[in-house]
Design a protein around this ligand. Structure first.
Ligand SMILES: Nc1ncnc2c1ncn2[C@@H]1O[C@H](COP(=O)(O)OP(=O)(O)OP(=O)(O)O)[C@@H](O)[C@H]1O
Length: 316
């Protein structure tokens, strides 16, 4: 994979192709797409008496950037976890590139080309940026997590993995940080590392869980550029996000979940005026998606929390 520049301003060919694919689609939940990379049927996940996910049918168009939105507790993260093998669905089936994926463990899902990002946990924060990238590559091999850190075990693959990691770190402007602890990165740099780490498996479908959470507004454009780049390189992107400015800015299509189910789909420009979507947000006793000032306040809070966490770590 080579370092490439951000998608140029205006509409790229890939963006135009994605928009053309959605042009005449109905706004109905589960509407068939012209060329779906992911097709989901009847996925149910219950926690005790609570049905967290109950998705009848949904398709994700290949080569598009699709947003998955919905009020808090709608089941978005649980649904991501089912699809990527990190949690087991009670029932249902789904195919990725036509291959049945239900019951497939996470590392095999990643190896087959479908990968989700993870927020940096405390444990990962104590590893260097480069070590995090190596762990990302190990998902592909399906090997024991910490084998990646034992030089004699990874030496054989070292050249290839290191080269790919360095390429990605350069592209994400993290190359100067390669030997720093991941915990010392800023909120925005952490998000870049999460994305770079997922790309170590050279996926076809990248699933991003709240790529903008905790990111300083100054870094927003750069992050958006990187997400658009994924599509420019031919990948499909499915992302969960609360920030509606981001959803409007980068998505080609929006899927809305509420109370575990897909309740509406549509283009980003008009989806928030859909009656079903308004009802879902109001019904969840939630304000409509965050306004810019609320978002800024939330971001400041998140940055402060991250700084406090880093300080706590460095004082240990
Ligand atoms: N491990 C679990 N055990 C019990 N209940 C859970 C578990 N994980 C999720 N839930 C519940 O399932 C429902 C869906 O949660 P989920 O986190 O998937 O929603 P979400 O749409 O991602 O929400 P948010 O936008 O707040 O992240 C919620 O009611 C949540 O409390």
């Amino acid at each position: 994979m080579h370092a490439e520049t951000h998608a140029q301003a205006g509409t790229s060919e890939r963006k135009a192709a994605a928009l053309a694919a959605f042009k005449d689609l109905a706004r109905d939940p589960g509407v068939p797409k012209p060329d779906p990379i992911l097709v989901v049927d009847n996925v149910v996940r219950r926690f005790g008496g609570l049905t967290a996910v109950e998705v009848g049918h949904v398709e994700v168009q290949r080569g598009s950037i699709t947003a998955l939105i919905g009020p808090n507790g709608a089941g978005k993260t649980t649904f991501f976890n089912q699809l990527t093998g990190f949690d087991t669905a009670d029932s249902g089936s789904w195919t990725f590139n036509g291959r049945a994926m239900n019951g497939v463990p996470a590392h095999k899902v990643a190896r087959s080309g479908m990968v989700r990002t993870f927020q940096l946990t405390k444990a990962l924060s104590k590893l260097t940026v480069m070590e995090n990238m190596r762990l990302g590559a190990q998902q592909q091999k399906g090997e024991n997590f910490f084998r990646a850190l034992v030089p004699s075990l990874w030496r054989g693959q070292e050249d290839e993995i290191t080269e790919r990691a360095e390429d990605l770190l350069t592209r994400f402007k993290l190359d100067a940080k390669r030997d720093d602890f991941a915990g010392s990165l800023s909120g925005g740099q952490r998000k870049l590392l999460e994305m770079a780490r997922a790309l170590m498996v050279q996926p076809e479908l990248v699933m991003l869980d709240e790529p903008m959470a905790g990111v300083n507004p100054a870094l927003t454009q750069s992050l958006l550029g990187h997400v658009k780049d994924l599509r420019e390189q031919g990948m499909t992107v499915l992302f969960v996000e609360h920030d509606m400015d981001m959803v409007r800015d980068i998505s080609d299509w929006v899927i809305v979940m509420a109370q575990g189910a897909v309740i509406a789909e549509g283009p980003p420009g008009t989806i928030m005026s859909d009656e079903r979507v308004i009802d879902a947000y109001l019904g969840a006793h939630h304000d409509a998606p965050l306004s810019e000032s609320e978002l800024t306040a939330q971001l400041h809070e998140a940055e402060a929390a991250l700084e406090a966490e880093i300080e706590e770590e460095t004082q240990k």
